[in-house]
Design a protein around this ligand. Structure first.
Ligand code: MG
Length: 256
């Protein structure tokens, strides 16, 4: 009886440890590579939730008239000579995504997120032409996230070190991850960030950074990991998050 109890306790301990260590899957620009979807569309956000992703990543720009919109590239595509930062919200909103949706405003995007209460949001601010534009976009973005009651499930990321510092300054309780790959875990810790959110090529170059991050109580996120073999490799290394264009396959791999 005593032996059985010890065995059961051990099993439970192992089960809970592996559960807490399981790599979380983040859909990169939402789950877009599937029927009826498109990058950074409301559908992509909904589909990321539907397949059971831990989180969904999206890209944010500020228009010339101060509206935050969700889109990846700096320009809307062929036939557009000005970047989004030099277009009005109305001009940006006239553009259709490949699935027929309009470019969403951040407000529309977050409103869709309210319908998926288990989904975490990974808010990327794209590097803007000037620091003041970034500061303004950070302030507006954080305020909107907080006012809509999404603060406890939103992380912030950016390639811009200044934008990451600003996110950390205005939302000190939020997790901020830096994307640009050129800061060591020690340097990220000093900045007060949550950890590295780096291209896998960076972790290939600095394999010790995953373990170093863990020892500093930082979390690691790796992108954009699409091949089965790489997903398996990074899940085995115990990274906290994998950001991928193939969330269904990644979920299958990390859960098995
Ligand atoms: Mg992004």
């Amino acid at each position: 009886m005593k032996k059985q109890t010890i065995l059961l306790t051990l099993c439970l301990l192992v089960a809970s440890a592996s559960l807490s260590a399981q790599t979380k899957v983040i859909a990169h620009r939402g789950y877009w590579d599937t029927e009826g979807s498109a990058q950074n569309s409301l559908t992509a956000l909904r589909k990321a939730a539907e397949v059971g992703c831990w989180g969904s990543e999206f890209d944010v720009w500020q228009t010339s008239d101060g509206e935050l919109v969700v889109f990846h590239d700096s320009k809307l595509g062929k036939g557009y000579d000005r970047p989004i930062t030099e277009m009005t919200a109305e001009e940006v909103r006239a553009h259709r995504l490949p699935n027929g949706e309009r470019v969403p405003t951040l407000e529309e995007y977050l409103t869709e997120a309210l319908k998926h209460p288990d989904l975490h949001l990974v808010f990327e601010l794209k590097p803007h032409p000037t620091p003041s534009q970034e500061r303004e976009a950070v302030a507006k973005g954080v305020q909107m996230v907080e006012e809509m009651g999404l603060a406890d499930r939103t992380d912030y990321i950016s390639f811009s070190l200044e934008a990451c510092r600003e996110f950390h300054r205005v939302a000190p309780a939020a997790k901020v991850f830096y994307l640009n790959g050129n800061l060591s875990p020690d340097e990220l810790k000093t900045e007060g960030f949550a950890g590295p959110d780096y291209n896998f090529a960076i972790f290939e170059l600095h394999p010790s950074w995953i373990e170093e991050s863990r020892s500093l109580d930082l979390e690691t996120n790796v992108w954009t990991v699409n091949k089965d073999s790489l997903i398996r490799r990074y899940a085995k290394k115990g990274v906290d998050y994998i950001t991928t264009n193939r969330p269904e396959e990644a979920l299958e791999i990390v859960e098995n």
